[in-house]
Design a protein around this ligand. Structure first.
Ligand SMILES: [Zn+2]
Length: 173
């Protein structure tokens, strides 16, 4: 996935690497903005907001184009606490679970339908006092799960749903 993440920077004309602060990584327990607060639940994905290059670490801006990482179809767009969350299902299966991506805190006009890798999802939604970033989750969801259950609180409390670390994801053979 690392190369795919890097391509999303190239697409924005940024020749740098993603930089992840403590708190931005998968299963981190601290919030990376504000005053060292704990998260209410461990982080179910990674946050993209900073890049590092010769001139140091910089925050991306809200015009950053968020592009899709893996081929699939958008099956739901919901509100989250900063913007919209876009659910993409990938038709990649493992032990009767299907792989989904969730892009959070975006501004998008997209509705349900097919979406290719590197297709635009939208830009970044912002909220006062929270630095510009978008969230990305990769999650195995049991097949035949009702789309009604595709909501953050319901996914977090469902034991058969398995969030994984996008940074170490490898395609199942
Ligand atoms: Zn996040």
């Amino acid at each position: 996935m690392k190369e795919i993440f890097k391509s999303s920077l190239k697409k924005n004309g940024i020749d740098k690497e993603w930089y992840f602060k403590d708190g931005m990584n998968f299963r981190d327990n601290t919030l990376w903005w504000g005053e060292c607060k704990k998260r209410t639940a461990s982080h179910e994905g990674i946050d993209f907001g900073y890049v590092i290059g010769d001139d140091g670490i910089c925050n991306i801006n809200e015009d950053f184009i968020v592009s899709n990482f893996l081929d699939g179809s958008i099956i739901k767009v919901i509100d989250d606490f900063i913007g919209k969350s876009v659910f993409v299902k990938h038709e990649i299966f493992n032990e009767s679970k299907e792989l989904f991506s969730i892009f959070g805190h975006v501004k998008t006009q997209l509705e349900e339908g097919p979406i290719g890798s590197f297709d635009n999802i939208g830009t970044i939604s912002t909220r006062k006092n929270i630095p510009v970033h978008f969230h990305y989750s990769l999650v195995w969801i049991p097949e035949k799960t009702s789309f009604d259950l595709l909501a953050w609180d319901k996914l977090n409390s469902n034991e058969s749903v398995l969030f994984i670390d996008p940074k170490s994801f490898k395609m199942p053979k």
